[in-house]
Design a protein around this ligand. Structure first.
Ligand SMILES: Nc1ncnc2c1ncn2[C@@H]1O[C@H](COP(=O)(O)OP(=O)(O)OP(=O)(O)O)[C@@H](O)[C@H]1O
Ligand SMILES: O=c1ccn([C@@H]2O[C@H](COP(=O)(O)O)[C@@H](O)[C@H]2O)c(=O)[nH]1
Ligand SMILES: [Mg+2]
Length: 239
């Protein structure tokens, strides 16, 4: 029997009420590509629970993460959660954090993990889908450990869009979406943040064997031809 998981994040957070709370705590839940676990129901019977499939989508500013995520959504039915978009949306709905988020974005910094994880967690919990692309997060080791600690979850796979700096600068400066951070001063800061804080996260997942490195140079379609087989290979298993 398939049952949709009510919340990925309740698995290792026993205070919240969910079917996931019933999963034994020592169970390695988000094994790479695993999307089902056996879990006891209230009457003690084991049944299959469909678990979320989480892909972290990483890469420098302007490497093409958002563009490729849209293509993955179209072809493979994932839900795209851009951490940056969630934060930008928060600036218009939450006056308390508006200035802090905008200032951090302008300075190419990183918003405190608790807020970003809360926004991602909320978006996953309110979705009916079970396949997620988390774009532009985690951006630091601190982000990564906060996500694991707060949610108890880990990504199944991590995509890394590898792009030379000159190309990222070119793309960001010709993007025409009115973003606060699409200017050369902020871009220089973002690149520094990426090298100092985000690359260690990419190395971490590489060492864990979860990283899939994509050459981000080429047309959007050429890049997607490298991405497609990743999801095509596991499509049946994550359905
Ligand atoms: N393969 C590509 N070749 C040329 N331009 C591209 C390519 N992919 C994306 N772009 C363009 O580059 C710009 C940045 O792309 P995108 O917004 O997808 O990057 P991103 O990694 O999400 O950036 P950010 O981290 O700033 O959100 C956009 O204007 C997009 O249209
Ligand atoms: O997890 C996150 C994601 C983003 N930010 C801040 O937002 C900007 C823009 O993010 P994009 O992913 O490029 O849309 C980023 O430079 C950070 O300042 C963040 O703090 N944490
Ligand atoms: Mg983006």
């Amino acid at each position: 029997m398939w049952r949709r998981v009510a919340s990925v994040f309740t698995l290792l957070a026993p205070s919240r009420s969910s079917v996931l709370n019933k999963v034994p705590h020592n169970l390695k839940f988000l094994e790479v590509f695993a999307t089902e676990v056996m879990t006891p129901t209230e009457d003690g019977v084991l049944s299959k629970v469909k678990t979320p499939f989480i892909t972290f989508v990483l890469g420098g500013p302007g490497s093409g993460k958002g563009t490729q995520c849209l293509k993955i959504v179209e072809s493979f039915g994932f839900t795209h959660l851009s951490a940056g978009d969630l934060l930008r949306k928060e600036t218009s709905t939450n006056a308390k954090f508006c200035d802090m988020i905008n200032d951090t974005i302008k300075e190419g910094g990183i918003v405190p993990s608790e807020l970003t994880v809360k926004l991602i967690q909320g978006a996953i919990d309110s979705s009916e889908n079970y396949k997620f692309l988390i774009d532009g997060f985690p951006r630091s080791e601190e982000n990564r450990s906060a996500f694991e600690k707060i949610t108890g979850a880990e990504p199944n796979i991590v995509l890394f869009f590898d792009c030379p700096e000159e190309e990222m600068v070119r793309r960001v400066l010709s993007r025409n979406e009115g973003r606060l951070d699409d200017n050369i001063d902020t871009m220089k800061k973002r690149l520094k943040t990426f090298t100092a804080l985000s690359l260690p996260v990419i190395n971490y997942y590489s060492e864990k064997g979860k990283l899939l490195k994509i050459n981000a140079v080429g047309t959007e379609d050429e890049v997607f031809e490298q991405v497609r087989p990743v999801f095509a290979k596991y499509e049946k298993e994550i359905r």
